[in-house]
Design a protein around this ligand. Structure first.
Ligand SMILES: Cc1cc2nc3c(=O)[nH]c(=O)nc-3n(C[C@H](O)[C@H](O)[C@H](O)COP(=O)(O)OP(=O)(O)OC[C@H]3O[C@@H](n4cnc5c(N)ncnc54)[C@H](O)[C@@H]3O)c2cc1C
Length: 483
């Protein structure tokens, strides 16, 4: 998606002659695209270049084409509580979005039960004696004050009771994150549960009040990737440049400031002069790009930040499975996947008669068996679990695998210190701003990455010094994550 008619090279020479401010943005995901879009909208004199290693812009929010479907990388609903992003989406693309009603269930004890949980079906799935002991354990939460819990485990036990934690939350969290829940920060639970306890959830489920979860959301009819595609078109129209299939392979510092970015693409290696660098690539990888290399303690701090990878398996079935859910959860340990999303229920107009497409999400570590298995092996594994559960009746007829290395930033206890140390170093450069889900190591939603992109652009436009960017970064900790 370089600027049309191949003028990219001329463009940058012209920019240098004109002495326009050169802004290089590393990554064309939601954060990088929204930053570039705003910069060019507000100041067409800027020279903005986005570097994206993938063949498509969009990062985690892109959609891929397969067998006539537009498939997202896991279920992607658009929902926001941020007034600035609501306003932005309204003018940007809201009129083209469709409204989707969420429907989700959880597979527990051999049954599919509604999620968010409703009392009766949950009790039926758990059985009478389990229900009694779960209720007793949940009663204790009424006396709990949990504001100082340090781990995910302590936080959830405090709000949901030990029994429910051990049966549902612990195996799910450990499957998604890949480490014991006692080593995951309480923040991981806090940003989702927001101090609501089991009794709030049950009341919400019973009365369908939808206070603790999102019942309706917006969705672009061509897949979530419509949003980045529209950004890309408008960026190019406004004079920006997007170098897809290009990877940033080095960031050179001169007197401690970024002055050049090394980019490797189909035509070889290129060096781009840079006045301001905006990074949205993963923080640990970004630290490794610096030349000269950062001090050993910085590299060791950033290298100890971990991501959980995801293997996504898309399956096509030769029958109409009549599944009403937008997605389904699989918390139990013996099931190797965590969630299934049903693309047909996000964009019903794309449904193919007599066929069903499912996307199975396997959280895993890079180089683990689940990461390495091919489409056939994974399809066999998924079908063998889904058939007895009653979700499918025949084996899948085709499969596609997509692997995401940096799926979820992992909030291990102690991670914040490592993030801060890495950020302190980047801050010291003075002309480098890091943002977005990967660039700030924040497990956020799409709307929040859009806000981060818009705000970093505002920061540049207002010509503020980089200290004020880093001084205000804690504002992104208050984001609510919707599951
Ligand atoms: C399974 C899953 C489900 C989700 N569901 C939802 C949902 O329902 N609703 C919601 O709002 N959000 C959801 N999200 C979150 C949402 O996708 C992200 O928050 C958002 O897309 C992140 O955008 P970003 O620009 O910050 O990061 P990214 O999208 O990760 O963008 C970073 C970009 O940098 C590029 N890059 C990295 N290194 C280099 C390099 N060296 N050179 C060049 N390019 C590089 C990458 O290729 C990538 O395009 C989900 C995420 C996942 C993983």
């Amino acid at each position: 998606m370089e600027s049309e008619e191949g003028h990219a090279g001329d463009h940058s020479i012209e920019a240098m002659n004109e002495n326009r401010k050169k802004i290089v943005i590393l990554g064309a995901g939601a954060a990088g695209l929204s930053a570039a879009w705003k910069l060019l909208r507000e100041d067409p004199r800027l020279h903005v270049v986005l570097i994206e290693r993938d063949p498509l812009p969009g990062g985690l929010a892109k959609s891929i084409s397969w067998k006539g479907y537009a498939l997202d990388l896991g279920p992607h609903r658009f929902y926001t509580e941020i007034p600035e992003v609501k306003q932005f989406i309204k003018s940007f693309c809201e009129e083209r979005m469709i409204q989707v009603t969420r429907a989700s269930r959880m597979y527990l004890n051999g049954r599919y039960i509604p999620y968010p949980i409703k009392p009766l079906p949950t009790f039926q799935a758990l059985g009478l004696s389990n229900t009694l002991s779960f209720s007793l354990s949940a009663l204790r939460v009424l006396w709990n004050k949990q504001s100082d819990a340090e781990s995910y485990e302590d936080y959830v036990i405090g709000y949901y009771g030990e029994k429910l934690y051990r049966r549902i939350f612990q195996p799910y969290a450990e499957k998604v994150w890949g480490i014991p829940a006692a080593q995951i920060t309480a923040e991981t639970a806090r940003v989702r549960l927001r101090g609501e306890n089991i009794w709030h959830s049950l009341k919400d489920g019973l009365l369908s009040k939808h206070e603790t979860y999102v019942a309706k959301f917006l969705y672009p009819p061509g897949g979530i990737g419509d949003i980045p595609q529209q950004f890309a078109q408008e960026i190019i129209r406004d004079g920006g440049e997007i170098k897809i299939n290009h990877e940033v392979t080095g960031v050179s510092l001169n007197d401690g400031r970024v002055h050049e970015v090394e980019v490797s693409g189909p035509q070889g290696v290129q060096k781009l002069a840079c006045d301001i660098l905006i990074n949205t690539a993963p923080l640990p990888q970004f630290a490794e790009l610096m030349r000269p290399v950062p001090p050993a303690d910085i590299l060791s701090a950033s290298a100890s930040l971990h991501y959980r990878a995801i293997t996504l398996l898309y399956l096509q079935y030769d029958e109409d499975l009549n599944i009403n859910d937008t997605w389904l959860y699989f918390p139990e340990e013996h099931v190797p996947f965590s969630r299934i999303y049903v693309p047909d229920n996000f964009a019903p107009h794309k449904k193919q008669p007599g066929k069903t497409c499912l996307c199975v999400e396997f959280p895993c570590d890079v180089e683990s068996d689940l990461w390495r298995m091919d489409a056939f092996q994974l399809a066999d594994l998924a079908d063998r679990i889904l058939a007895p559960s009653g979700l499918i009746h025949r084996r899948s007829i085709d499969a596609l695998v997509v692997r995401i290395k940096e799926g979820y930033p992992l909030y291990e206890i102690g991670y914040e210190h490592r993030v801060n140390k890495t950020l302190e170093y980047i801050r010291s450069m003075g002309n480098c701003l890091t943002t977005g889900r990967q660039g700030l190591f924040r497990h956020n939603n799409l709307d929040q990455s859009l806000q981060m992109g818009l705000q970093v652009a505002e920061h540049v436009l207002e010509q503020k010094d980089s200290d004020s960017w880093y001084d205000n970064i804690d504002r992104y900790k208050d984001y609510r994550i919707v599951d």
